[in-house]
Design a binder for this molecule. Structure first.
Ligand code: PEP
Length: 250
């Protein structure tokens, strides 16, 4: 069985003091999470503070991005090695904000996923269509192409270590969520694509998270879908009570 992964993407929010407060509140209310995996992805500047607070707890530390190289003259970039050094176990790759605002394409995302794996980080590779693409009936074609290009050239063993996050762009930060049926249909399509790339056995083990305005009041029906294996949560991960409610979906 696939262990659900509930991940908070804090984006460009939280100073170190605010990060400390949020983590203390999360840990205070965490309870039993033995049947699920919980992850927080703070901004780079809070990773050390948050990592120290999470030591010895079941909550894992991840980063929101990593560059493709280990070290070098890449002003402003952070390497997977540096993230491992801070205790990160996961890294997000290809979030739609990175694609849209920072111009990242599938080829760069593919290199980022490979670099993360090479350093022992588990990548969460994000895919998702825009509203015009969905309205034009292209959602599946776009998402399948993103999955194929993002994973191009990888072995089944590598693909088996990756988490995919299906995040329809029109649902991110908007309050609009895919219906559980629409999300399930896309997750099943992604799993079929993974089976074509890596075989059905590997595809059956890969976790596919849903992301896009996941909230306490919609998480339960989304997580009840057979191919939805967790959530990547932005806005609702910035407050302890809402993230804890999502973590404890039924
Ligand atoms: C995200 O940042 O990946 C996300 C899904 O954001 P939100 O939950 O705010 O829509």
């Amino acid at each position: 069985m696939r262990t659900p992964l509930l991940a908070g993407n804090w984006k460009m929010y939280k100073t170190t003091g605010e990060a400390r407060e949020l983590i203390e509140a999360l840990l205070h209310g965490l309870g039993d999470v033995s049947d699920r995996e919980v992850l927080v992805c703070p901004p780079f500047t809070a990773l050390q503070t948050v990592g120290a607070l999470l030591a010895g707890t079941p909550v894992k530390l991840g980063a929101q991005d990593a560059y493709t190289e280990t070290q070098g003259a890449y002003t402003g970039a952070i390497s997977p090695l540096m993230l491992r050094d801070l205790g990160c176990t996961y890294v997000i790759a290809g979030h739609s904000e990175r694609r849209a605002i920072f111009g990242e394409d599938d080829a760069l995302i593919n290199r980022k996923v490979r670099a993360a794996l090479a350093h022992g980080l588990l990548p969460i590779m994000c895919v998702g269509e825009t509203k015009p693409q969905r309205d034009a009936g292209q959602a599946e074609t776009i998402v399948v192409a993103q999955v194929r290009a993002g994973l191009a050239g990888m072995t089944p063993e590598q693909i088996g270590q990756i988490v995919i996050a299906y995040e329809p762009v029109w649902a991110i930060g908007t309050g609009d969520t895919a219906t559980p049926d629409d999300a399930q249909a896309m997750h099943a399509t992604i799993r079929r694509t993974l089976a074509e790339l890596a075989g059905t056995d590997v595809a059956a083990t890969v976790r596919i998270q849903y992301g896009g305005s996941v909230k306490p009041d919609n998480v339960d029906e989304l997580m009840a879908q057979p191919d939805i294996d967790g959530a990547l949560v932005g806005g609702a991960s910035l407050k302890a009570d809402s993230f804890l409610r999502i973590v404890h979906f039924h």
